[in-house]
Design a protein around this ligand. Sequence first.
Ligand code: ZN
Length: 157
Amino acid sequence: MNRANEICFAAEVTLGKLAKWLRILGFDTLYEPDVTSIGFVDARKKNRILLTRTERIRDRNTSQKLLFIKSNNPFEQLREVISALGIVPKETQPFSRCIRCNTRIRQLDKDSVQGMVPDYIWGTHDTFQTCSICRRIYWSGSHTKRSHDIIQGLFDS
Ligand SMILES: [Zn+2]
């Protein structure tokens, strides 16, 4: 069973980098810069785990699954989430989700991408994906080696 399909999050405004990394790992992560109490209600409806660094929210919360994040460092925050939920590498689906808007990306024909990415990118890559909402196009090199290294490092202890 792959829990990446069922674990989902809502991140508050101060946790933008953490939200981006959770999306890179394939987790459905709601992040709106103006998440308010209304956003939290939505999060509760979808049974999302609320990620917060605000003690007032943690202390007022009674019904929602909530994870209080302690660190200021996005990488350490990500480790907090992984450790709190006991996430293991095979439960992640790296690079399966649009980093910008959280949508699942889908495979594209190479031919249909010509002219939509720089020629040298088109000529040197065979697999492309796109986000059907924001139309961003991804290819293997659009995720840097550094991202892969960081993901690797997450699970080394
Ligand atoms: Zn998108």
